[in-house]
Design a protein around this ligand. Structure first.
Ligand code: C2E
Ligand code: CA
Ligand code: CA
Length: 629
């Protein structure tokens, strides 16, 4: 039985189940047939009313009103109509009526509370006759009886069969109603989610849907007894409950109720789902947003709380904007992967410090979204890294970068290539095979490729990841530990991994540019990193070098390779060629030339060469701008 309460002055009447609707319809039909002495009596419902009825009572002895029929016109007009003889008066123009075999016909609407019709009550008889006033009144009275049963059944359709709580549709109806009765008034909505979708899926596999329904029912009862009449509860998703504070509720009291009783306290202890029951709060202004939009906001607060691993989240417009942006980014990435003009690669030079020779490039992904514009990889990559999207994304980068490298090699450029891979790639059982196959397709040896994996990823990975790394390494592909120093791992631990290169994180390199004690400390730190890495057999790369002073310092410390804005920014392939043509051999580049396009700054001081190359290519420096860092 429904547990609804009154919210302020709004009467909620959904207090009856639909039991008995079908026998009641049959009784009314016999009553009409007997009283009017007609051969046929039909109850015809609108599509929506019919569906509501079927979901609560199962198949019913009613029909759907077909569009264009006389019944549809009666429902639309909202008044009784009749015809003495259909054969003599074809003005109703309804082929279905003739099919009924009748000549006398009458129909009256089944009124809904809002003045529309739920359907019609329709009678016909094979001989012509008139409709008396008494018969008309009888027909309309019977229609009212049917309609009242239907209205109750409809209310029953708003009840969740598992929890016996008002359901999602009911929530939408109530929010519409509150929008009309309390427009502009503030309210508060809480969404309680017992389990994350992945947890629910796992539990389904382990304990089955029947047991889950039992748990949900018990948790619904716990919610009801804890909240009493302090909130209207709706069951809006398998494991989700919406709690609506009645208009006029003190919001601080309701928030405290949710935060203490629910998110942390007694109720949490009673919740049978041992998973991550999380609540989200969303402020409401009645009439300002639809029920579905409000649920979305509360869900966004739940998701935010989950991301921060706290039991309660509060919806804010800013956080919602970020959430929506993240959602758009993830949702639009598949299209970007096949679009001709959204994704592209930028290439940042890597130089051997001792000779100043550019010995390779790191391929870095760039995305220009059709609406959001340029999205930094630091924003979209982390969103995809542990999702299924990591697979097609890395494949896109690998294909594009290897195709470019093969092209360069054919043109006589002797370069290595580094690409970044995601944690999820190492969980792909065929990843190593795929990489080797792609190299072979482009006629490239394994030794040209280096795969960069962040230190934190390596720490978290498991036996499957280690297998992939070992296969890749055994085939001759170099493995680099990226962002080294940020993951709190010891080199002794990392040594168990088949890695060849350590890339010291930019933060340590940048700190070398500081002054005083801080610089001295970082210098000691970087010195130790380089020495220890060398002792353990790693080649050391420093990235994020922005000044000649730091480059000199690193040369003094024996660092093997460097990468940074000081030498060259990530740039489109065409700009990289120009940069490369302007390189002196040997000797790393010096200060960037002010005013030159950021992508091309690394080409200075040989900007005459670069400018000549640009002129040959018919380009201005600005054309290369889109691959800024
Ligand atoms: P990362 O792998 O550590 O790449 C180096 C980042 O540092 C790049 O940022 C590069 O532009 C920037 N950088 C290089 N030198 C300097 C410098 O001297 N100063 C400063 N301030 N920055 C410098 P970017 O391109 O924005 O990429 C950010 C991160 O996004 C990368 O960090 C990498 O983790 C990820 N990423 C980029 N492309 C890909 C990709 O194709 N696949 C994957 N899985 N991750 C990628
Ligand atoms: Ca990298
Ligand atoms: Ca890095």
């Amino acid at each position: 039985m429904n547990q609804r309460m009154d919210i302020g002055t709004t009467p909620f009447t959904h207090s009856c189940t639909s039991d008995g609707v079908t026998p009641a319809f049959e009784a009314v039909r016999s009553l009409v047939a007997g009283h009017l002495a007609v051969a046929t009596v039909e109850i015809r419902l609108t599509d929506a009313a019919w569906q509501d009825l079927c979901t609560t009572t199962g198949p019913t002895p009613t029909q759907i009103i077909l569009p264009g029929t006389a019944a549809a016109r009666v429902a639309a007009a909202g008044r009784t109509q009749h015809c003495r003889d259909l054969w003599a008066d074809p003005s109703l123009g309804d082929p279905h009526l003739a099919a009924m075999g009748g000549r006398f016909w009458a129909a009256t609407p089944l009124p809904a509370t809002d003045g529309t019709a739920l359907g019609v009550l329709e009678v016909s008889h094979p001989t012509p006759r008139d409709l008396t006033q008494a018969e008309r009144t009888h027909l309309e009275t019977c229609a009212e009886i049917i309609a009242s049963q239907l209205r109750l059944a409809r209310a029953g359709a708003g009840i969740d069969p598992v929890s016996r709580l008002p359901n999602r549709r009911c929530f939408f109806d109530d929010m519409d109603q509150l929008g009309r009765t309390h427009p502009g008034e503030p309210g508060l909505l809480a969404l309680v989610d017992l389990a994350r979708p992945d947890e629910l899926a796992r539990m389904l596999g382990i304990i089955g849907s029947h047991r889950i329904e039992t748990l949900v029912r018990e948790d619904a009862a716990a919610l009801r007894s804890t909240l009493g009449d302090r909130a209207q509860i709706y069951h809006v998703g398998t494991t989700r409950f919406a709690l609506l504070a009645p208009p006029g509720t003190d919001h601080s009291v309701f928030t405290a109720l949710i935060a203490n009783d629910l998110a942390r306290g007694a109720l949490r202890a009673q919740i049978m789902f041992s998973t991550t029951c999380t609540a989200g709060l969303a402020p409401v202004v009645f009439g300002e947003a639809t029920g579905s939009e409000l649920l979305r906001r509360a869900q966004s607060a739940v998701d935010d709380a989950r991301r921060r691993a706290v039991p309660l989240g509060l919806y804010t417009a800013e956080q919602d904007t970020a959430y929506r942006r993240a959602f758009t980014i993830l949702a639009d990435l598949p299209a970007a992967l096949v679009a001709p003009d959204q994704l592209r690669l930028a290439f940042q030079p890597r130089l051997e410090l001792a000779t100043g020779r550019c010995i390779g490039v790191e391929a870095l992904l760039r995305w220009t979204h059709p609406e959001l514009g340029d999205i930094p990889p630091g924003e979209f990559i982390p969103l995809t890294e542990r999702t299924i999207m990591a697979r097609p994304l890395t494949r896109w980068v690998l294909e594009a970068a290897l195709a470019r490298l093969a092209h360069w090699q054919r043109a006589g450029l002797d370069l290595n290539l580094s690409i970044n891979i995601s944690p999820a790639n190492l969980q792909e059982p065929d990843f190593a095979g795929y990489v080797l196959h792609t190299l072979a397709q482009h006629g490239l040896p394994a030794a040209v490729l280096e795969l960069e994996i962040t230190e934190s990823t390596l720490l978290a990975e498991n036996a499957a990841a280690l297998r992939q790394l070992t296969s890749l390494s055994d085939a001759g592909i170099r493995i680099a530990i990226d962002d080294f120093g940020t993951g709190y791992s010891s080199l002794a631990y990392l040594q168990r991994l088949p890695a060849d290169v350590v890339k010291i994180d930019q933060s340590f390199i940048r700190a070398l540019g500081e002054t005083g004690a801080s610089q001295a400390r970082h210098r000691t730190l970087v010195t130790a990193m380089i020495n220890l890495s060398h002792d353990l057999g790693y080649r050391v790369v420093a990235e994020g070098i922005e000044t000649q002073d730091i480059a000199d310092m690193l040369a003094g410390l024996g660092c093997d390779e460097v990468q940074g804005y000081h030498f060259g920014r990530p740039m489109p392939a065409s700009a990289f060629l120009i940069w490369h043509a302007g390189q002196p051999h040997p000797g790393p580049r010096t200060a960037p030339e002010p005013g030159l396009d950021p992508e091309l700054r690394g080409a200075s001081p040989h900007s005459a060469t670069a400018a000549a190359a640009l002129a040959c290519a018919g380009r201005t420096p600005r054309t290369a701008q889109n691959a800024t860092t």
